[in-house]
Design a protein around this ligand. Sequence first.
Ligand code: GLU
Length: 386
Amino acid sequence: MCGIVAAVAARNIVPVLIEGLMKLEYRGYDSAGLALLNPTLTRLRSVGRVAELAAQAAGQVAHHGIAHTRWATHGVPSERNAHPHVSAGLAVVHNGIIENYAELKQELVAEGYVFASDTDTEVIAHLVRHTLKSTPDLFEAVRLAKARLIGAYAIAVLQEWDDAIVVARHGAPLLLGLGDDGSYAASDASALLQVTRRMIYLEDGDVAELRRDGVRIVGADGAAANVPADRPVNESTLSADDVELGDYTHYMQKEIFEQPQALAATLEMIGGAQTLSPNLFGVAAPEMLAGVKSVLILACGTSYHSGLVARYWIEQLAGIPCSVEIASEYRYRISVPNPEQLVVAISQSGETADTLASVKHARALGMGRTLAICNVAESAIVRECA
Ligand code: GLU
């Protein structure tokens, strides 16, 4: 899973974008890029590390910008496929997948738009630009274009001479940061701690406008969402150290070496207790866990393998059946739902798109008992399971 950072602020936002992307590096990526308005569009892209993008961006000054780390799904990792994608003076970054991109592309090609990449993302840039022919307002154009997109995505859009950046989410994480001198958006809170702790988690279907003096949000129903009544402002308690790489070479190494501390910190919570209280999993846990007759673990990659180990322990110690499924398989196959079953999602970042979607799928099937095991307390999966 990759990342987005967007900023509109009185300060120079170029260092904010770069630092934000560095904080999102732990999610993995194959290329990175950014678009700045100063006041015409400057686009920089790199197939290497964010540090290489930072070197390219040295000396740039801007007050509006969007940035991206890409994990290729459509089109090989290359500079021409790296985001942002542009359509004239308009630039887009996108996390996720547009499932109906081929059909939209055909339509847009027939309208005369020329594609410069193999990505699904580029259709968003041309579609928003095309929609701007019928409405001059970028916010409205993104809202109308969004209605045509099928898939899971988070996007950020900016255009030359416009004061606002427009962001939207549908099935992929995106939050807003309210700073003293501007407004920000990112895929997760760690990218924005450098500028603010005041965060608004967008809901699925939200479209939001970032301006220097505040934000505006319209929900999936088309009605303006009130801040803070409809979208509460959260004070993030995340520690910056939690996401620092420190002296380690990469994040997997950091996690391996931090296992003793992670275990100690977890055990500290239950120190002195005679029994393991279900409340450790949250106030709703005792009631939710009481009727559980079996466990379904949903995860991907290494988390899936830890689930396989957990299955042995759960069946041996708890004496109830446990199955483990690769999240991406589970969500696309026809399964037999069991509302009594506890669904356990395992994800290091808490942002694994397939695992998040599989929990939503389980819920939609009527399996409402969900638990997340994850390193990031404010992540999308933890919030989905709350
Ligand atoms: N589907 C888009 C691409 O392949 C976005 C991938 C991502 O989430 O980074 O460019």
